[in-house]
Design a protein around this ligand. Structure first.
Ligand code: ZN
Length: 601
């Protein structure tokens, strides 16, 4: 490679551009593709009942499943192509308009989905017999049985359709409002003798500013700023949680946790085992918080020092160096992983350049039907960004394993709990490698701080988010909650988890205002699956360290199968029992070693 600058991604092999004939054709075909799915259902499946001959049922159902896979492939390819423009250029009006048109199509697909679920539930007593006849239906056993399971929790067809359409102007509208209010928030603040107007994200970034005084002032400004918009946000949150409660009740769900664990493909026993291990780890994390506080001459951390940088990392990477570093360490783990990473770098699958109008953070998306993925990141040469890249490449590798195993779209559907397996593994490889190569104690400390800060967010903070959301759901059943009540619940949740790691006078009671996760009506409890992902990935890495190379083929097989079973079934392949607290404790022991070293330095 001659160019050493962070790359922009290239999707011209998918479609030449948004205005190309090829794309226009594919976009206008999306509606036709849904029509075909609907008509396939009406002509092939609708006339059949549980009295129909199983062979006929098997054949018709196979045809529908194939058509459904084709539909998801086509729609996903078009949607992700559009999204590649929106995520890198928020000013792109054409892409924004196309996406909005596309969302309307989503309602139609959703309606067909409900119709199919209902039909499948009506023949559910025959399903095992149909599956025993083999073919496409048998290959989709897990997906079909999951659909039948979810069909127990449906309202009538008319009610589901109304809910789906009203969602666009109800819960989804509340969510948009939260996005607009928080992104347009700006505050004036004096930094280095200069008064600056800071938008919300820049204000949040001050949490990791190197100067404590600036972080403290940022924290105070944050508290004022969130207070100024707490009323509309409380209304939005009440609207969304109220909607979820009403729909769950109508759908026969016991509570919001039940649908969340179903979507995560785990059960209550697993959740309890995991939460209990997390809770037991709080004293250990408090040692880390207190060791950090000590560096600032404090006994407990005030919120503004929670994300403060510690130590100093002088290592800077050019984009090419980042590529080499990642490849060098991946190859020791698995040549296939290194090959995949090289493919992603060399074919411009990565949009790493920082530029205006591009979204922050990082993500990876697959492009259905092409066997390719694309990765977005904002590369700044820091070690942190190198591990972010490694993390996202891990997601891409996961997609690649499923593609190579020829999994269909329905067979690829991976729950959040399993989705982070490969990414955490890749991130751990790179973080461990950089720890080993640290030039001095200051650098080692900076790397450890980065890792522990992430770990503590995923374990301690996420537990507080889980407690918050649980209490909100329980109380919202009876009435709306005031902004003050939301703040009170949040403060108590933080005290229960951070304990004497954080200074109780300076907590962050407004975490509920700006975290978008609370505002999703589709995904309640958008928190514990992350903790599952981190600890599951860490636990697997520990098994890899014990077993070495023999681990790799089974690991790749696991990645290719994350859409084919429950989390417990998949983990069982490695002798892991996720209902056993011991497994989770084992993962947390890895974190403990990091904390011990951190305290020691
Ligand atoms: Zn991830």
């Amino acid at each position: 490679m001659s160019n050493d600058q962070p790359t922009r991604w290239d999707l011209s092999n998918i479609f030449p551009g948004l205005e190309s004939e090829e794309f226009k054709q594919a976009f206008s075909d999306t509606s036709k593709v849904i029509d075909e799915l609907v008509s396939c259902f009406q002509t092939k499946l609708a006339p059949l009942t549980d009295k129909t001959d199983p062979n006929v049922l098997n054949e018709a159902l196979s045809e529908y499943v194939n058509t459904l896979n084709d539909t998801i492939t086509h729609i996903g390819k078009v949607a992700n192509f559009i999204y590649s423009f929106i995520s890198t250029d928020s000013y792109n009006k054409l892409a924004t308009r196309l996406m909005s048109e596309y969302e309307q199509l989503g309602v139609r697909l959703n309606n067909q989905d409900v119709i199919f679920k209902n039909w499948l539930s009506k023949i559910s007593t025959k399903v095992d017999e149909i599956i025993s006849l083999g073919g496409t239906v048998a290959e989709h056993e897990f997906a079909l049985k999951e659909i039948i399971h979810f069909s127990q929790f449906l309202m009538s067809q008319a009610e589901e359709e109304l809910a789906s359409e009203l969602n666009l102007s109800g819960a989804s509208g509340w969510k948009k409002l939260q996005g607009v209010i928080t992104s347009q928030l700006s505050v004036e603040m004096e930094i280095d003798g200069e008064v600056k107007k800071l938008p919300g994200p820049a204000l949040i970034n001050l949490r990791s500013h190197p100067v404590e005084e600036v972080r403290k002032k940022g924290y105070e400004k944050e508290m004022q700023a969130w207070k100024s918009i707490e009323e509309p946000l409380a209304a939005a949150l009440n609207g969304i949680k109220g909607t979820v409660i009403t729909l769950n009740k109508k759908r026969g769900r016991k509570d919001a946790v039940e649908s969340a664990i179903d979507m995560a493909r785990i059960d209550r026993e697993t959740l309890e085992a995991m939460l209990s291990a997390m809770q037991d780890s709080f004293p250990m994390f408090r040692r880390y918080f207190q060791a950090k506080a000590k560096r600032f001459g404090q006994e407990k951390l005030p919120w503004w020092n929670l994300f403060a940088p510690v130590g100093q990392s002088e290592t800077k990477f050019s984009f090419l160096e980042a590529r080499e570093f990642i490849l060098d360490h991946f190859i020791k783990f698995s040549p296939d992983l290194a090959d995949f990473a090289a493919r992603a770098f060399d074919n411009n699958w990565i949009d790493a350049e920082q530029r205006e109008g591009k979204m922050g953070g990082a993500f990876c998306m697959d492009i259905p039907g092409t066997g390719e993925s694309r990765i977005l990141s904002n590369f700044d040469g820091s070690l942190d960004q190198v591990s972010t890249l490694a993390h996202e490449i891990g997601h891409g590798f996961h997609n690649d394993c499923m593609e190579k195993a020829m999994r269909t779209q329905l067979q690829q559907r991976t729950p959040m709990t399993m989705a982070e397996t490969a990414s955490i593994m890749c991130e751990t490889i790179i973080s461990n490698a950089s720890l080993k190569q640290a030039k001095n104690k200051e650098e080692e400390l900076a790397i450890l701080e980065g890792m522990l800060n992430g770990d503590s967010q995923v374990i301690v903070d996420i537990y507080s988010r889980y407690l918050f959301e649980k209490e909100v759901f329980e109380r919202r059943v009876k009435s709306d909650l005031s902004a003050e009540e939301f703040c009170d619940i949040m403060e108590r949740a933080q005290k229960a988890t951070y304990g004497d790691g954080l200074d109780e006078n300076f907590l962050h009671k407004y975490m509920w205002t700006w975290k978008p996760h609370y505002y999703s009506a589709q995904l309640s409890f958008y928190n514990f699956p992350y903790a599952f992902g981190l600890m599951f990935g860490t636990g697997l890495y520990a098994i890899y360290q014990e077993r070495g190379e023999s681990f790799i083929p089974e690991y790749k097989d696991l990645l290719s199968s994350t859409g084919l079973g429950s989390a417990a079934e998949l983990a069982h392949r490695f002798g892991i029992n996720i209902r056993d607290k011991g497994f989770w404790e084992g993962s947390l022991k890895v974190v403990k070693q990091r904390i011990n070293r951190y305290v020691e330095i």
